[in-house]
Ligand binder design. Structure first.
Ligand SMILES: Nc1nc2c(ncn2[C@@H]2O[C@H](COP(=O)(O)OP(=O)(O)OP(=O)(O)O)[C@@H](O)[C@H]2O)c(=O)[nH]1
Ligand SMILES: [Mg+2]
Length: 325
């Protein structure tokens, strides 16, 4: 284990890759490794910047990641990308596409690219992504990009892992702001209108700005209250335009977080979220266990099955039994 941690800290690609596989698999070995890596990371002084890139399928998130990698490498920064594949019907083949698109970095030892799939367990996406980010932090990457499609709750949950969230939209008709998932409009620290080589990009940017005025007028947007004004940028990954401005905006947000103390607040919020997730999973496992073995639960199940008891009645009885101890 010691040797492994040393190799991860030295950013040896194979050790890092193996560590991510281990944390994906979970269990006690993963827990021990993560504890060691957290210890190591806590003693490091250079802060890592964890960035979430989210948006509709095909918005150009991977193409933008690729452009960001090129820009960050020119600044001498070490970059890791976690491409989260939600295995959704919208993104068939995305993983292969990501690999091809970012292939040119494959031999650069300062770039690490990894696709992560959902493993179909009840834990959602957030845990493996969070744990992989812990590995990459210990491996001394300066920037960790997490790419995830902005559909569904578990993809939004992934954003609790990020310090900065960039929402990537496009001018293309189907992506009109009204049709963008409300959830992802709420979480952006930076907005990007990619494919600005296509018509309608300016209009889209204006729509986003209008939306932000409403959003940031609401008190719960503490970031706005802390003086962060959310930038809306135009990029074209295709024409290789805007990655420098995007990086400026992302880095600007990180500096804002650092200067206002919001970084610690955000990361704390992420930990609370993690605590809740783990607890919820444990409770769900316990319910599952009772459902299978407990006589009362078996009885309720049988009576609902044969329609001798209403669903509502069974839920009440089960909840009462559950909450009494
Ligand atoms: N015209 C234009 N096309 C682009 C631009 N950026 C990306 N594309 C194209 O859009 C398609 C999707 O790009 P990706 O980078 O795979 O998009 P993504 O958001 O990562 O897609 P998923 O991971 O499948 O959700 C590809 O065919 C890209 O070549 C751009 O700036 N302009
Ligand atoms: Mg992609």
């Amino acid at each position: 284990m010691d040797e492994w941690v040393t190799e991860i800290a030295a950013s040896r690609r194979r050790a890092v890759a193996r560590a991510i596989t281990q944390v994906e698999e979970g269990g006690e070995p993963a827990r021990q490794l993560l504890a060691r890596l957290r210890e190591h990371a806590a003693a490091m002084d250079a802060p890592v910047h964890v960035i979430g890139l989210t948006g509709p399928p095909g918005a150009g998130k991977s193409s933008l990641s690729d452009q960001l990698i090129i820009h960050l490498r020119s600044l001498g920064k070490r970059v890791a990308v976690l491409a989260v594949d939600p295995s959704s019907p919208f993104t068939g083949g995305a993983v292969l596409g990501d690999r091809v698109r970012m292939n040119r970095h494959a031999t650069d030892p300062s770039v690490f690219i990894r696709s992560m799939g959902t493993r179909g367990d009840s834990g959602g996406l957030a845990k493996p992504v969070r744990d992989a980010a812990t590995v990459l932090t210990a491996a001394a990457f300066d920037v960790i990009l997490i790419e995830t499609v902005g559909v569904g709750q578990s993809e939004l949950d992934v954003m609790y892992v990020a310090d900065t969230v960039a929402v990537v939209l496009t001018p293309a008709g189907g992506d009109h702001i009204q049709t963008a998932k409300a959830g992802i409009m709420e979480i952006g620290d930076v907005f990007v209108v990619n494919k600005s080589d296509l018509p309608g990009a300016g209009r889209m940017a204006k729509d986003i700005q209008d939306m932000l005025r409403v959003r940031d007028g609401r008190a719960q947007f503490a970031e706005a209250a802390e003086g962060w004004s959310v930038p809306v940028l135009l990029t074209s990954a295709l024409a290789q335009e805007g990655a420098d401005l995007l990086w400026e905006a992302l880095h600007g947000h990180f500096e804002h977080l650092t200067q206002t103390g919001r970084l610690e607040w955000r990361r704390g919020r992420g930990r609370v979220r993690e605590m809740r997730e783990i607890l919820e999973r444990r409770v769900a496992d316990e319910l599952e266990r009772r459902w299978r073995h407990d006589a009362l639960w078996q009885d309720l199940q049988a009576r609902v099955q044969s329609d001798r008891l209403s669903v509502a009645g069974a839920v009440d009885a089960a909840a009462q039994n559950l909450l009494k101890d």
